[in-house]
Design a protein around this ligand. Sequence first.
Ligand SMILES: Cc1cc2nc3c(=O)[nH]c(=O)nc-3n(C[C@H](O)[C@H](O)[C@H](O)COP(=O)(O)OP(=O)(O)OC[C@H]3O[C@@H](n4cnc5c(N)ncnc54)[C@H](O)[C@@H]3O)c2cc1C
Length: 384
Amino acid sequence: MKVIIIGAGIGGLTTALALQQRGITYEIYDAAQGNQPVGAGIMLGANAMRVYDRLGIAGELKKKAVLADNIYIRNCRGEILQEINNAEVERKYGTGTYGLHRATLQGVLLEHCAQPVQYNKHCASINEDSRGITVHFLDGSSAQGTLVIGADGIRSAVREQYVTKARYRYSGQTCWRAIIPVDLPAAEAREASEIWSKKGDGLRAMFTQVGPQQVYFWATKAMPAGTVMSPEKALPYIREQLADYPGYMQTMLQHLRPEHLIQNDLSDLEPLNIWHRGRAVLLGDAAHATTPNVGQGAGLAIEDAWVLAQCLAAKENYKKAFETYQQRRMGRAKKIVQLSWQIAKLTNWKGRFLTGLRDGLMKSMPKRMAEKQLAFFYGVNLDE
Ligand SMILES: Cc1cc2nc3c(=O)[nH]c(=O)nc-3n(C[C@H](O)[C@H](O)[C@H](O)COP(=O)(O)OP(=O)(O)OC[C@H]3O[C@@H](n4cnc5c(N)ncnc54)[C@H](O)[C@@H]3O)c2cc1C
């Protein structure tokens, strides 16, 4: 069996490691021109770290990542709306939630891939017959294999060209992310607080240390879809929007430079009911892109990679493997997409009355329910 992986993001590279561990031959292709240090920071939940533990790279990642004592959602008055205590998470699930630079994660994954990523390979179309499946690239070349895994992100060509059509949903918010090359004072570095504005209207922001001289900053704001601001315009806009934010945020805003800023609209996919067709199967954002409000998009992709490799190794034919994979993964992915979508809607409420109600709703979640939610995120069964 030879598996063609399309997409060398977090999902595709983790799939490569999972297949490799089970002795399954693969080739991996990506449309990008090469490995560029893309993106800003990422929080890897305990569920994702548990998969990396099984793939033998958790120790290396932990050395390069940062484990905050607590992860909070707060309002501008400093009140805690939700809280994750990493020591408790570690005790229950064997590992905490780590923050790191995306490029660091990408680098570790690439280092452990036995096969090189073949870059400049933009999947354009796919066809299959009884002997195998062929991916045709924009440069006129092609790759043949037994199966194709579409790990090519929210705008997946594998999905749109071959498996099924998806509908994109704009959450109503745009997001700016940055890595600011400074170190936080020790007290600030111990916690990661996402702060919700009292104005609502999608306004939230966070900063957290993710490595030496690397503070991950992000801010969201409700905007019409496709509103693009130049970084030079965005910086004073962000500073003005966050002017009433308390504590160390103002210092971080002074360190922020236009050249640090990356802007993306936050969208997801309306949940799909089918993730495979013939010899092709979808994984990660290609199958179930979610808004980032519960920090689980990459976590889902990483779990998918583990489960799909497990199914391919265990089942006697790929059809059964794809069916079992979809059955094990779809319900969980749908729940996370839905929950994250609801939080996006909640944070879009505006005005003092509604933001007060919003804060009340968040704070009133009973401890037992909050624990149940964490158990759902972090305690995923990887061995069914
Ligand atoms: C602002 C923001 C913050 C986030 N924060 C978190 C977080 O803290 N924790 C978390 O778990 N998740 C987070 N996520 C979600 C997470 O980033 C994604 O779920 C994850 O990156 C998906 O990985 P993927 O490999 O499926 O897709 P991608 O990372 O999108 O990778 C797809 C790859 O496919 C390639 N590709 C695309 N089209 C083609 C083609 N036609 N042919 C060949 N190659 C192609 C691309 O070049 C890319 O390398 C966040 C998302 C956003 C937007």
